[in-house]
Design a protein around this ligand. Structure first.
Ligand SMILES: *Cc1c(COP(=O)(O)O)cnc(C)c1O
Length: 359
């Protein structure tokens, strides 16, 4: 019998919640649908593609559109089938078996997953109750472990916390021989991006995505930005046709609508603010919601001993949020969706308090 090897023996396929939920606030997607004129443009693209031809392996047009949107040199940009694929490519490219990769937890779970598959060794630092990025502990651990890579999201999913540019610069300078992978998936909602300095450091790669602020998760489009020497290495390692022709053309459209994009981001930020306020009010009334964290992203994290019960109760009411041990993460939705989730939480919390009163 063919035996699975040790590194994949215990893996299970990624299991996003299935089933139909009327309110989906579990995956940090944009709650804004693409406008009709954009959909029409995408339809035209789909109907006029030359399906016989392989896509452009360098994805020149969409990298140029990215460069124009963010003011970076397209020669320093490479595209991926979602930034998720890029994380996998970076791990495979820059790690050798046994190399140490430093993470600070909680953070995006795919870092550890892909590091492991690439034969790397994840060494993680635990964040304290503030959930802020522990820059000093990370530097110290990277030095001790002779780390090849430090990877983290900024601002962070799932904590919502952001690390200011000055601290990122300090980190980069403290570990000149370690590659720092800075995942800025949510940076469109904050303004401490290192993109303007992406090529100033020879040990920095920045990841961006069209899946969150741009409302294009279905398209699967992410980018890596950094000094040409590193980006060339990424291009050399990735599979040549990782970005299909539709994705390249659709991404070019999404990235050319600057004003509409900026307006959408403001709308999502306002929704996040409203959700945060509503959850803080709930937490005042129900101390089982121990802490509602501030956020630089399009979601709000709550620390609560009742995470499991509340998660289950919400699902029963047709509302999906993300649960972690001891935490709930709720993506900002439309006004109606935010109201639905806060009302449902209130109901669950009130019922629970009543039960306690009777006991
Ligand atoms: C959602 C998310 C991604 C994945 O983005 P894709 O481009 O859709 O693959 C990457 N990093 C973080 C931190 C995320 O939350």
């Amino acid at each position: 019998m063919f035996e699975l090897n040790e590194k994949i023996r215990d893996l299970t396929p990624y299991d996003p919640i299935t089933g139909t939920y009327t309110v989906r606030l579990d995956a940090n997607e944009s709650f804004l649908s693409l406008p009709d004129d954009v959909r029409q443009e995408l339809g035209q693209i789909a109907s006029s593609l030359d399906y016989r031809r392989y896509p452009d392996p360098l994805a020149k047009d969409v990298c140029a559109a990215f460069g124009a949107y963010y003011g970076v040199d397209p020669a320093c940009v490479a595209g991926g089938n979602g930034s998720d694929e890029l994380i996998s490519i970076l791990m495979n490219a820059f790690l050798q078996p046994g190399d140490a990769v430093i993470t600070a937890l909680p953070d995006f779970s795919m870092y550890g997953f892909y590091a492991h598959l690439a034969g790397g060794r994840e060494v993680s630092v635990q964040k304290d109750d503030s959930l802020r990025f522990p820059a000093d502990a990370v530097i110290e651990t990277a030095k001790r472990e002779n780390a090849r890579m430090i990877v983290f999201s900024n601002p962070c999913n799932p904590t919502g916390q952001g690390l200011p540019k000055n601290d990122v610069r300090r980190l980069l300078q403290a570990v000149p021989e370690t590659l720092v992978v800075l995942d800025e998936a949510y940076m469109d909602f904050w303004d401490e991006s290192m993109l303007p300095e992406a090529t100033k450091y020879d040990n920095l790669l920045i990841l961006r995505t069209c899946s969150k602020a741009f409302g294009g998760a279905a398209v699967r489009l992410g980018f890596v930005v950094g000094p040409e020497r590193l980006v060339r290495a990424v291009r050399a390692v990735k599979s040549p046709y990782n970005l299909n022709s539709f994705t390249q053309a659709a991404g070019t459209v999404l990235l050319s609508r600057r004003d509409a994009e900026k307006a959408a981001i403001e709308t999502i930020k306002a929704s996040t603010h409203a959700l945060h306020e509503a959850l803080c009010r709930l937490a005042e009334a129900y101390p089982v919601l121990e802490k509602v964290y501030d956020t630089c992203c399009n979601f709000v994290l709550i620390r609560t001993g009742a995470a499991d019960t509340l998660h289950r109760g919400l699902l029963q009411k047709g509302i999906a949020v993300r649960r972690f041990p001891g935490y709930l993460r709720i993506t900002a939705g439309s006004e109606e969706e935010n109201q639905a989730v806060t009302a449902a939480l209130q109901e669950l919390l009130a019922a629970d308090t009543e039960k306690e009163g009777q006991a």
